[in-house]
Design a protein around this ligand. Structure first.
Ligand code: ADP
Length: 213
């Protein structure tokens, strides 16, 4: 975060003299409190300064990078996920391509009854099968999808930063958001409840840049 010269001066004053009131900061700078108000708002919203009623401002000691990192660790996958788009394993390659266009997504989840994850299809999985010259109206998606247990997933409570790191590490475009359900015999099953794509991360990035979050 780039601070203005005046904001740097305010930070310096608070570092040296805090806790200090807004009135006193204004006096040091020979400005009115009203003039300083937007700067004080930026410095407190960003977390660099903290304000306590009847005490005044004091320096939080947090660097801007640290503050952004803390924010990213607080935001969860559940806060930014989208709705999942799923097909069944018997769905044909042709219908999967059509679904991708209609739903405007790049990753389809393949689920069985109850919404449990069986596999996943990316754009390139579908393109690849068209190279083979097979009948895409007959071929089911099961022949080309990436299958469980090889699917990288996330959960609503996971931090969006952890999930983004999985996307980068595993070089994929999207992760299914799941709830892990244990069957009667103890085997874990993944119930698909959402979708986290690079678009969700990019949207969050833009919103963070606008300073609204
Ligand atoms: P694209 O193929 O359009 O570049 P991806 O990079 O997401 O999209 O997919 C690359 C490969 O990784 C595909 O074979 C796909 O099935 C697989 N894949 C995509 N997402 C995941 C995931 N979350 N877990 C495991 N494999 C995945």
């Amino acid at each position: 975060m780039q601070l203005t010269k005046r904001q740097e001066m305010i930070l310096d004053i608070v570092k040296k003299e805090g806790p200090i009131t807004g009135e006193q900061i204004a006096e040091r700078l020979n400005l009115t409190r009203a003039t300083l108000r937007p700067d004080m708002a930026i410095l407190t919203m960003s977390g660099m300064l903290e304000a306590r009623p009847r005490v005044g401002y004091f320096y939080s000691g947090k660097k801007p990078g640290r503050i952004l990192a803390e924010k990213l660790h607080q935001i969860t996958v559940g806060d930014v996920k989208s709705v999942p788009v799923a097909v069944s394993e018997q769905c044909t390659i042709y219908d999967a391509v059509v679904t991708m266009f209609i739903e405007d997504v790049g990753t389809l989840f393949v689920v069985r009854e109850g919404g449990f994850l069986e596999g996943l299809l990316s754009r390139k999985d579908l393109l690849k099968i068209t190279l083979g010259g097979q009948d895409i109206h007959k071929l089911p998606v099961g022949v080309v999808m990436t299958r469980m247990p090889n699917i990288i997933y996330t959960e609503p409570e996971e931090s969006v930063w952890e999930a983004a790191r999985k996307i980068i590490t595993h070089e994929v475009d999207a992760l299914p958001v799941v709830r892990v359900v244990h069957q009667a015999d103890g085997t874990p099953e993944l119930e698909v409840t959402g979708r986290l794509s690079k678009t969700n991360i990019t949207r969050l990035f833009v919103e963070l840049g606008e300073g609204d979050l």
